[in-house]
Design a protein around this ligand. Structure first.
Ligand code: BGC
Length: 255
């Protein structure tokens, strides 16, 4: 029997959910989504999450939730692209109460990286891998020999006196109407700065933009290898489910 876990990915513009086969690293059925409510407060988001889960088959006992903030032991510590009222809340406990099931709660880029390193573009890769998600913000996940160093938040590294995600995210590309070459010039500067700090072997470029990889790949420059994410917009959902499947219950209980 396949081992199925519910994966949810809360983003700045949409909340996605699907049932995931965590043994095979793929969705079971379709990915469903809803618009992120504005403001994206805990009270605004809980009915949206509950509504999505109600539309999916109810068999999965466990739930993984990818969230666009620093998350430590289930608690939210930052709020760059979500309502600030989340800061200090126990997000895992809140969603557990809403859904009535154990919840694993982690940073969205970390979740996407877990999916890619386990089954996607980083599979079997030794050394250091940096997963980047370009969306509303820039999410980062750092892996060495397949192990995650969580909450790196390098999308907020300062570049030219600016928060780098306010300069090089996919949202900035759209808002400032940058063509591929203007945007990739910024991405290349960003990759260079990351390379100088971390010396990764591979960068994995994720977020919805990775589906257009062939359009901009020839413009990318880095001393590290650059690969497109394999799961694109599904990586957060798949990785959240995998994290929920793998976290031992004893550690979850000690939170
Ligand atoms: C947040 C990160 C998140 C990233 C992508 C950033 O603004 O600080 O926690 O991973 O956006 O959603």
């Amino acid at each position: 029997m396949t081992h199925e876990v519910l994966g949810i990915d809360v983003g700045g513009s949409s909340v996605k959910a699907a049932l995931v086969d965590v043994d095979g690293g793929q969705l079971v059925g379709e990915l469903i989504s809803a618009t992120t409510p504005q403001p994206a407060t805990p009270d605004g988001l809980m009915p949206v999450i509950a509504g999505l889960v109600a539309r999916l088959p109810q068999a999965a006992a466990r739930v993984g939730v990818a969230f666009p903030t620093v998350v430590k032991r289930g608690r939210v510590h930052t709020a760059a692209n979500i309502d600030p009222s989340w800061i200090g809340t126990d997000g895992a406990a809140l969603i557990e109460r809403t859904l009535g099931r154990p919840v694993e709660f982690l940073n969205d880029a970390d979740a996407a990286g877990v999916a890619e390193v386990r089954w996607g573009a980083g599979r079997g890769q030794l050394g250091t891998v940096v997963m980047l998600t370009f969306g509303t913000g820039i999410g980062t996940a750092l892996f060495t020999e397949g192990r995650l160093f969580p909450n790196t938040e390098l999308g907020h590294m300062e570049i030219r006196g600016m928060d780098s995600e306010k300069w090089a995210s996919a949202q900035v590309k759209a808002a400032q109407n940058l063509d591929w070459s203007a945007w990739i010039e910024r991405v290349n500067v960003y990759l260079e700065r990351l390379y100088a700090m971390l010396w990764p072997d591979v960068f994995i470029l994720g977020g919805a933009i990775s589906q257009r990889f062939t359009d901009f790949a020839p413009l990318l420059r880095s001393a590290a290898k650059i690969r497109p994410a394999q799961f694109a917009g599904q990586a957060g959902v798949i990785g959240a489910a995998l994290a929920a499947a793998e976290r031992p219950p004893a550690i979850r209980a000690a939170r």
